[in-house]
Design a protein around this ligand. Structure first.
Ligand code: BES
Ligand code: MN
Ligand code: ZN
Length: 508
């Protein structure tokens, strides 16, 4: 639900516009090209303001100069880029977020993308800044009958038009389409997570996923009758106490060229889509239960990612699979003590009906493995509160049976700022979910709760390279950042898009 933000690209020039954005490193020198454009009077004004405000040019610091002398603009904003080393490692998406934060009530802005020598100011930098502007600008206000000021000085529904002046605007215009694809993917994920649970039930969620058909994604929606026939009884058990029917949605994007009749093996992403998690009969305390509308953030990320891949026509074959259920207590609800037979044939003793995500994912993982024989599977789930005890809300927990996949996820995390931290797996943890009555039980006790949950999933992936991301701490209600002011972060879309782009796409 982005408020109106228009971003364009043009050659370096001085515009008569609302806000002009310029850059300096900690040496506080304007680049020669910028000095030439703004002239001696302009340079003098900026120097005076820098010394009057004792501005140090620290990374991501900003200096606001209203009604600047010698300029035909309302305000100049000087953005600090820090020291040489910081300039070399600059996070341009984040920088875009910082810039968005100082545009305030401006309706037009122009960013002069020139800076110190160590700072890359090319087309790629321009489109990354554009992505950051957009992500920071995102608001979810569709249910506010009275739209009001966003509170942080950023007017929510005022249209704003930004021009980024860059050496090669043609290259930027070519590149920006893929960043727009990713930006929309993040927004789709945020929208889904922010939606209230009375609106977004499994059927409505499936309908939203089906919209990807417009981009050429193949969509299959499996209803309860089909799921029962296939044998996904672990997943169906979670939904059986809800008035809302469960669904599984399979999304297929075939972007790789078929080579001589053989199709490239797909990569696969699997998402937990518990549209609301009351805990079921093992009901949760009332305090904060409203947050459990976000227990479908894994599934939301998969939909956002599939959008991004399709919209930028990624040269990869990718499967997205999401299990959509509502976990409710009623007369037909699953009980602690029940034993269910999963699609894999393995039996599960239910100890706690609130450990429901693993039951959903177990069946979907097995189904994807058997049906599509993917080269890897990555699942995303708001799976455990325990992951926040272990890692806080900075990193998502990463569990994997494959070092290469884990290392690549780690690298993609460093590149995007969506960080993952690897956690252990092992036989001693696996033993903790053995059951007296069935092949396994769905909880492993108080200790190592995120690890025993991951061990449970591992029993459904066979030899397929697999990674599990526990995103309970990062996907929702996480601390605000320079690029996110919304309750839902859309975490994982940029990470996984980057993973695919860097390691799994065909090269021309
Ligand atoms: N959806 C919750 C995990 C969760 C908690 C996500 C808080 C986001 C914020 C999950 O289904 C759950 O209830 N897990 C239990 C597992 C326990 C019963 C073994 C938990 O974490 O307490
Ligand atoms: Mn639960
Ligand atoms: Zn849950």
């Amino acid at each position: 639900m982005a408020a109106m933000l228009k971003i364009g690209f043009a050659s370096p020039a001085l515009e008569k516009t609302g806000t002009l954005v310029l850059f300096v490193g900690s040496d506080l020198e304007l680049s020669a090209a910028t000095r030439k454009l703004i002239g001696t009077a302009g340079v003098g004004t900026i120097k005076r303001a820098i010394s009057a405000e004792k501005f140090k040019g620290k990374e991501r610091s900003t200096l606001l100069i209203p009604a600047p002398q010698g300029f035909d603009v309302d305000r100049v904003v000087v953005v600090g880029l820090g020291k040489d080393e910081e300039q070399e490692k600059a996070d341009y998406v984040r920088l875009g977020g910082v810039i968005a934060s100082v545009l305030g009530s401006a309706s037009t802005a122009s960013i002069l993308l020139e800076g110190p020598a160590k700072w890359r100011a090319d087309a790629e930098a321009a489109v990354d800044i554009a992505l950051g502007l957009r992500l920071r600008h995102y608001r979810f206000d569709k249910y506010k009958a009275k739209k009001r000021d966003a509170g942080d000085g950023e007017k929510a529904d005022q249209p704003i038009s930004v021009t980024i002046h860059v050496e090669d605007p043609v290259a930027a215009k070519r590149l920006v389409r893929s960043r727009e694809a990713v930006g929309s993917g993040v927004e789709i994920a945020r929208d889904l997570v922010n939606e209230p649970p009375n609106v977004l039930d499994p059927i409505e969620f499936a309908k939203r996923a089906k919209e990807l058909e417009k981009l050429g994604v193949d969509i299959t929606i499996l209803d309860e009758k089909q799921l029962a026939k296939i044998g996904m009884r672990a997943l169906l058990g979670v939904g059986q106490g809800s008035e809302k029917e469960s669904r599984v949605v399979i999304m297929r994007w075939n972007g790789a060229k078929a080579k001589k009749g053989t199709k490239a093996q797909p990569v696969a992403f699997i998402g937990k889509g518990v549209v609301f998690d009351t805990g079921g009969i093992s009901i949760k305390p009332a305090q904060g239960m409203e947050d459990m509308k976000g227990d479908m953030a894994g599934a939301a990320c998969v939909v956002g990612l599939m959008h991004a891949l399709a919209a930028r026509k990624a040269k990869v074959n990718a499967i997205g699979a999401i299990g959509l259920v509502e976990n409710m207590p009623d007369g037909n609800a699953q009980r602690p003590g029940d034993i269910v037979t999963s699609l894999s044939g393995q039996t599960i003793e239910i100890i706690n009906t609130d450990a429901e995500g693993r039951l959903v994912l177990g069946d979907v993982l097995w189904y994807v493995k058997e049906t599509y024989k993917p080269s890897f599977m990555i699942d995303l789930a708001t799976l455990t509160g325990a992951i926040m005890i272990a890692l806080g809300q900075e990193y998502a927990g990463l569990f994997s049976n494959n070092d290469t996949l884990a290392e690549r996820l780690h690298a993609a995390g460093q590149a995007t700022g969506e960080g993952v931290w690897r956690m252990p797996l092992g036989a001693a943890y696996d033993k903790m979910i053995d059951s007296k009555f069935a092949d396994m039980k769905n909880t492993g006790g108080r200790f190592g709760g995120s690890i025993t949950a991951a061990q449970f999933l591992k029993r459904f992936v066979g030899d397929t390279p697999w990674a599990h991301l526990d995103i309970a701490g990062t996907a929702m209600s996480s601390p605000e950042t320079d690029i996110n002011k919304s309750w839902a972060s859309g975490w994982g879309v940029r990470l996984l898009d980057r993973l695919v782009a860097d390691y799994y796409e065909e090269r021309d």
